[in-house]
Design a protein around this ligand. Structure first.
Ligand SMILES: Cc1cc2nc3c(=O)[nH]c(=O)nc-3n(C[C@H](O)[C@H](O)[C@H](O)COP(=O)(O)OP(=O)(O)OC[C@H]3O[C@@H](n4cnc5c(N)ncnc54)[C@H](O)[C@@H]3O)c2cc1C
Length: 452
């Protein structure tokens, strides 16, 4: 019997455990994660022997201590403008206060010395406006993949003294007892908690759906963002990335008035595969370490789609690209414009050396016309603030999909209709970023610490 069981050791779960153990060291806390502990997490893709995803179970990129964020670029965006809608539940000021608090903890655990970028007072805002683009407001703490790993390691060292961790332990079933406690069943055992915090992220989305059904918690279908990852010479974007590191720029297309936005910018970084429930999509990250930096910058261009019933399988787009390309497809912008498939030869003669081994292909066979038209329009709009973006040799990798979990019905405490059962982080559908997921963890930990 525990006071609190936490399911998921991603940023949401970690910060719940951290705050609970700080505020109430007397409580007995257990954290369960389907993946490995941090030091044992290793993706076998090495670009030589293993070139693409071999479908490990559990996937070390998405599961284990640190969650989906463990090998991420560690960009903590401190803002209510993107990254989730936590502020709708807890208020804008509280959300900002908690994101700053998370930043302080990261700084105290190995992140000190990393740079905090800000859009405040930037000239780029004006330049964007003059060209039909909108620059969203944010402060960005860039830990980098390497320092992010150090911070996680330090947090784990502290936490394991106070909290019981169960790795390689996928919770299969969650039930509520007549006494109002919660039982988490896993292979070979079960644990009971007076309170339960679910923080299963995107990789736990299907499981979260099942738990919601079993416990009669209402959910709302959500959105999916579809698009491509753009890779260009770092110099083309350096005037933007040197000042802001990560800029979120939104463009409203002339044709359909759809919003296309930049997402997850990685100056001098690499493009990587991402595996969500067996489907290979594309993502990117970069390192703080100078020796690991590349000549390229990458970022995603995404179009948000809100699907309504009966459509419920947004994975279909990614599956189509996997079917055609055996994984991720890469295409030169010039080839896309000319309506032809890219070839290895044309790519190798281009100015941009790809940082991910993807299959040269034709993205127009995968992405819906409306989405692709929007992306092309946006590339030309970005070309006005960063000439060279619309170059023929610019590489587009597809598809990049941001799956948003369905939104779980929660009150302003992020508590379900069941007392003491909280759902936080990306698995709740409320957040989609490191800082929002972490802040939601701190928030419920404080609530639970008060209530227990
Ligand atoms: C490659 C990559 C780069 C990214 N870069 C950034 C970035 O720079 N900035 C940013 O803000 N965001 C980034 N993100 C997104 C960010 O990682 C997530 O928003 C964040 O990790 C969400 O935290 P979470 O705790 O809600 O869930 P997660 O981090 O997904 O953690 C959930 C955990 O729950 C576990 N789990 C799932 N189901 C079960 C179960 N049934 N039983 C037990 N355990 C379970 C999983 O193993 C996982 O460890 C990136 C994501 C990826 C994949």
């Amino acid at each position: 019997m525990y006071d609190v069981i936490i399911i998921g050791a991603g940023p949401g779960g970690i910060f719940s455990a951290y705050e609970l153990s700080e505020k109430r060291p007397d409580l007995k806390i257990a954290v369960f994660d389907a993946g490995h502990e941090l030091s044992k997490r290793k993706c076998p893709i090495d670009g030589k022997k293993v070139k693409s995803c071999i479908g490990c179970k559990p996937c070390s990129i998405m599961n284990g201590f640190g969650g989906a964020g463990a090998f991420s670029d560690g960009k903590y965006n401190i803002t209510n403008d993107f990254g989730g809608t936590l502020y709708e539940y807890i208020g804008r000021d509280k959300a900002m206060e908690l994101m700053h608090y998370v930043d302080e903890i990261n700084m105290a655990n190995g992140g000190e010395g990393t740079k905090l970028y800000s859009t405040a007072g930037t000239e780029l805002k004006k330049l964007c406006m003059q060209n039909g683009l909108q620059l969203l407001e944010a402060s960005v703490r860039h830990l980098g993949t390497d320092i992010n790993y150090v911070v996680l390691g330090n947090l784990y060292t502290k936490l394991k003294e106070k909290v019981e961790f169960f790795f390689d332990t996928r919770v299969q079933r969650l039930t509520k007892t007549e006494e109002g406690t919660y039982i988490a069943e896993y292979e070979g055992g079960q644990a009971e908690g007076r309170n339960c915090i679910i923080s299963v992220g995107r990789s736990g989305s299907k499981w979260m759906e099942k738990v919601s059904r079993d416990l009669d918690i209402r959910t709302h279908s959500n959105r999916v963002d579809i698009g491509v990852r753009v890779e260009i010479p770092a110099l083309v974007f350096s005037h933007i990335t040197d000042e802001l590191y990560e800029s979120k720029i939104v463009y409203k297309t002339k044709k359909f008035e759809d919003n296309v936005r930049t997402f997850c910018m990685n100056p001098r970084g690499i493009v990587v595969n991402e595996n969500t429930n067996g489907i290979i999509t594309v993502n990117g990250h970069s390192f703080e370490d100078e020796t690991k930096k590349t000549e390229n910058t990458n970022f995603a261009l995404l179009v948000a789609k809100h699907f309504t019933e009966p459509f419920n399988d947004s994975n279909g787009y990614a599956r189509l690209s996997n079917m055609l390309g055996g994984g991720v497809i890469v295409q030169r912008f010039g080839d896309l414009e000319r309506g032809r498939r890219s070839t290895m030869e044309r790519i190798s003669k281009g100015m941009v050396t790809p940082t991910l081994a993807a299959t040269p292909g034709d993205l127009s066979l995968v992405l819906p016309k409306r989405v692709l038209d929007g992306i092309i329009e946006m590339i030309y709009a970005l070309d006005k603030i960063a000439p060279g973006t619309a170059n023929d040799d610019t590489l587009l990798y597809g598809v990049e999909v941001k799956f948003y979990n369905m939104e779980v019905e929660l009150d302003h405490n992020l508590e379900t209709i069941h007392k003491g059962l909280y759902v936080i982080g990306d698995g709740s559908g409320v957040t989609h970023s490191l800082s929002h997921a972490s802040a939601s963890g701190v928030y419920v930990a404080r609530k639970a610490a008060e209530e227990l």
